[in-house]
Structures are given as structure tokens and as C-alpha cells.
Design a protein around this ligand. Sequence first.
Ligand code: AMP
Length: 222
Amino acid sequence: MAAGVRLVVLGKQGAGKGTQCVRLSHRYAVPHISTGDMLRAAVRAQTPLGIEAESLMSTGELLPDELITRMVDERLTERDATTRGFILDGYPRTVVQATMLEEIVAARPLHCVVNLDVPTDLVLQRLVSRRTCVDCGSIYSTSEPPVQRWLCDVCGGEVVQRPDDTAEAIMTRLQAYERETLPLIDFYLERGLLETIDGSRTPDEVLKSTVEVVERRKKEHG
Ligand code: AMP
């Protein structure tokens, strides 16, 4: 399987996006670019961006399109992304962002946009029990914790409940998803880029289906 791919992965909070993106990035040897992870790192480091982002993030509101797009644009000009490609996770989240992304990647178009489809009740169940590594973003759950409680199996970082994984912030994020992100399904459908995958199955099954569609798309691109 050839390395390199340019993908956007869409899905509600808790659809298993993060886990799939990490596995896809290893499979295709491309960076996993998660805007949420980048912002959380900025908050921890208390950079000017982190300070600006912190309160909006804690309530589950979206950050301004221009601000987030500048961050993504800068990351996409780094050598790993320009030479091999990228998996975009958490961006775009609005039609304005998707339009800006089209310009950024005009010379290196997306292979496809993977939409991980999971019913809302299952997503809520997953989010409430979700635990996340503060350092590398690896995802665990209360029913499947790291081997050494609560230290990340991958990097040894602390594994905690995200401050925005509270019932209230989860509802705000799901509403933001319905309002702002759902229109992206039609946006990418119209451009012939959308691939919807049933995300309610096991992570291995979801990965298998995703790799199948990505391989087909890569072949079509030539
Ligand atoms: P995530 O880890 O993807 O759930 O992102 C966590 C939070 O970061 C979101 O609830 C937003 O406050 C902010 N965020 C991440 N990506 C974006 C984006 N593309 N547009 C606006 N806000 C974002």
C-alpha cells in the first residue's frame, strides 16, 4: 500500500474520529492534524492563541473561522504535509472553513472526505465515559482504561476527562455540529468527495472499510 494521502475525516464528537485518524496516519505515514489537539496544546502552553481559545473551548463553542484557518494553513505548509499529505481531524467544521480549505489545497486536492456516521445516543454514551491523554490525545474509556491507571499506554502522559466532556458542553458541541458542520455533508457530496462509513462498528471494522474506500479513491486519482 503506497504511503501518502490527503483526507478530511468528519463526524460528531465521540464518533471515534480521533482513534481512526491516528490509525490512518500510521497506515499512510502522514501527519494527523487535529485542530482540537493543537488548541489544547496551545492552552496548556498559554500561548496568545491558547489564552484566546480557552474559554470558548471550555463551553464547547467554535473558534472564529479565520483564526482556526490560519493555524491549519501554517501546519499544512510544513514539509511532512506538503510532501506526503495529511489527515485533517476537526477541520473544517463550517462551510466557511471548507471553502477556505479548498483554496489552501487547490494545488493538492483531497482524495476524499470520510464521514463517520454514528447515531447520537451511541455518541453520548461514548463521550460520557471518554478519557483522553493530555499529552498525545490517545483515547480511552472508563471501561477500557490504560494498563497503568491513569497513565497513557502510548506516551505515559496523564489520562483525564476532557474539561469539555461534561454533559452541558457535550450538548453545546452537538448543537454546534448540527448547525455548522452537518451542512458540510452536502458541500462535499456536491463535489463528489464524500464517503460515508458506518462508525458504530468496532474500530478494526471501521478502519478496514475506510482503507477500502481510500484505496479506491487513490486509484481513481491515478
Ligand atoms: P475537538 O477536540 O475537535 O472536539 O475540538 C475541541 C474544541 O476546539 C471545539 O469544541 C472548539 O471549541 C475548538 N475547535 C476545534 N476545531 C475547531 C474548528 N475547526 N473550528 C472552530 N473551533 C474549533
